[in-house]
Every structure is written in C-alpha cells, then in structure tokens.
Design a protein around this ligand. Sequence first.
Ligand code: URA
Length: 430
Amino acid sequence: MATEKFDVVDLIRTKRDHGVLGTAEIDWLIDAYTRGYVADEQMAALAMAILLNGMSRDEIRDLTLAMIASGERMDFSGLGKPTVDKHSTGGVGDKITLPLMPLVAAFGVAVPQLSGRGLGHTGGTLDKLESIPGWRASLTNEEIFAQLASVNGVICAAGSGLAPADKKLYALRDITGTVEAIPLIASSIMSKKIAEGTESLVLDVKFGSGAFMQDIDLSRELARTMVDLGNDAGVRTTALLTNMNVPLGLAIGNANEVRESVEVLQGGGPADVVELTVALAAEMLRLAGQPDADVAEALRDGRAMDSWNRVIRAQGGDPTAALPVARETETVLAPRSGVLLRQDALAFGIAAWRLGAGRARAQDPVQHAAGIDLHAKPGDHVVEGQPLFTLSADDGSRFARAFESLEGAYDIGAPSEYPGAAPLVAERIS
Ligand code: URA
C-alpha cells in the first residue's frame, strides 16, 4: 500500500493552533479527501478550524488551485472570441443572469454561464429557466462549445466533472455549520468559475438582509478575496458590491421572474433590475474589450431580445410558449395609506420558498408557478386597500407558513419617515 505524504491530524492541529499550511499539504489534503482517504469528520474539523482561525492569501490560493485540479478544466480558447461570465452570491428576486447573458452575447462576446439550482431562500437560475417549456439545463461539453460558437451564450448546469472536491466539501460544510467562512466561500466559488474556463469574470457580491452576508464589510472582504483569486489565476476579475436589503424587481419565484426578465429584454421592466443588468453588462463588456458598448440601447432596440430567443431555442426552449400559472393566489392589501418604508428581502425570500418556489433538500422539485409578485416598492405611495403583493402557490395549504414569514416584514408610514433609497451598486472592486 502506498504511504501517504502527510497525517491529516497534524494538518488539523496546525489550523487549530493558528498555523499556516503549505502548498504540498493543501494539495495532498484535497486529493486525499476527494479519493476518500481523509474522512468527512476530519475534513469537518479542519473546516471549523478554518472558519474560526482563517487562512492566509497563499493558503486560499492553494486551496482554490487544488480544488480546480480535482476535476476537469474547460477551455474555450478555440472559440476565437472573448469569453466573460458573471457570478452572483445570490439574493431574493435575483434574475439578473436571465436578461444579462443574452444582452452581453448580443455584442459578440461568448458568455458561458454554468449555473446552479436554488437551495434555501435564494433562487437558482436553472430552476427559473426550467419554467420555459422544452428548455434543457443539461448539456455536454461539446454542446456548450457549439452553442457558444453559434449564439454566443449558454446557461446550463455545471457538470459533475468541474471541481468535484468542492462539491464534496460544500455538502459537508452545509451540514456542519461551516458555510460562512470567507476562505471557504471564496475558494468554493472561484474554483468552479476558474475551472469553467472564462477569460474574464464579474462578481455581483451582495450584502443586506437577503444576502449570504448581511454586513457590507464582510461582503467587501469576500469580494476582495475572490477578485484577487481570479486575477492571480489569470482570469480578469472585478466585483460590484450590491444592495440586497430589498427584493430585486417585482417578481420573486421562477416563472414570474422569467416574465419580468423578458420585460427587461423588451426595453421595459422594473428600474432596479434594468439598472443592475446594465451596470453588470457594462462591466462585463469592459473586461471583454468593449468599454464603449451602449448596453441600454441594445435593450431598447431589440438586439438583446433577439439574442434571448436564439439562446432559449438553442437549448430546446420555446420562448413564445405560455409560462405556468399557479392554481391559487392570495393578495395582501395595504392596511393604511402612506409610503411603503421597508420590504425585508429575507422575509419575502423565505415566504416565496415556503410557497414552493424553492427547495429544502437538493433532490426536491420546485413549483415553477409559485412565488410572490410585489405591487409596490419602498418609496412608493400606497392607498389603504390597494394591493401590496400577491402570493401564488399550487397548493393552498402553503399560504399560512408563507404569511408567518411576512409578519413584520414591511412598514407603511409618513413620507417624512422614508429615508430614501440606498444606492443599488455600492462599490466596485478591481
Ligand atoms: N456558493 C458556492 O458555490 N460555495 C459557497 O461556499 C457558497 C456559495
């Protein structure tokens, strides 16, 4: 039997005692964990030590590279056009990938969006797109390449060959209270994005109640860590820090988020969704060598919409087909007149999830028509009795738990009490 290079208990003790692991130790650790030599309980102890004591920049880089090396690395250099991707750390009503990908693809840049499914209160891009009849999330590497060559854009499931060490480690972190560690989040996200083979990457790092990190300082630290990881690995990377205290747009769910995305692609849609789509598209095109691209014009003149129709059809979807509609709805009316002061993103995200728009376990299906449609946003004047929001579900027994989440989630007050809208894009990190 081949002898192992290191003893995992020594590595755990090193991190427990605030020490630093070397490149060879981290390479061995990730390889030994992937092949099952290092046990889950040992990796969990190490993850907790990292959560409590942190990692140096070199350790985070080594961990990311070791996770990339655990699987395949895609290569789009043969496409003959720039490649650029976007990753969001996840939020409520965050459908931005849907209008963004075809918008950027309309400028002749290839956008390989290898995405995930929703877990918990933040939605998943693949779940949203699966509301479209016929649309297919699973593509082979050859299909991804061919679609990028023909229509410049693809949104599909990341294959199991991409950073398998991260897949195993993320599942373990999920059940051991070790998700919220910046070195582990940064290496997890960036190992997948670097292995995906994009030349440039824009990160939408969210902060606020509906985000992974509530605190802007922690979000900034996460963004800085990921931007450095990407640039060190040769991927041009920048980040926008964006506000997630209020749901994005008016739709939270799956099919309704597709509907809202199509409105944006038709030149309409809610102002915040348009603003963030345009900001991220401009940033992506800047990295891809088109700093003067007029992205807002491409939304108005139909180029982005044409691009959406092409990419949806390329994956078997019918962009003209009717989207699913829920069997039951409940509309909440304004209890008094005034200004809507607050709309808590986390509470609305949890409510939509409880209605069936999200899943509690990775293997659960989602209900595509379930979700929430907002009829007013903070800052809007409302009149007593006017609709504030509508809940939709296929199963009416879900409403009670959704309403529980919404208790105290919004306030109506005098105009003088409204502090004004916080900027959606708070900072750019490069
Ligand atoms: N998303 C990921 O892919 N990994 C994390 O660790 C957290 C969010």
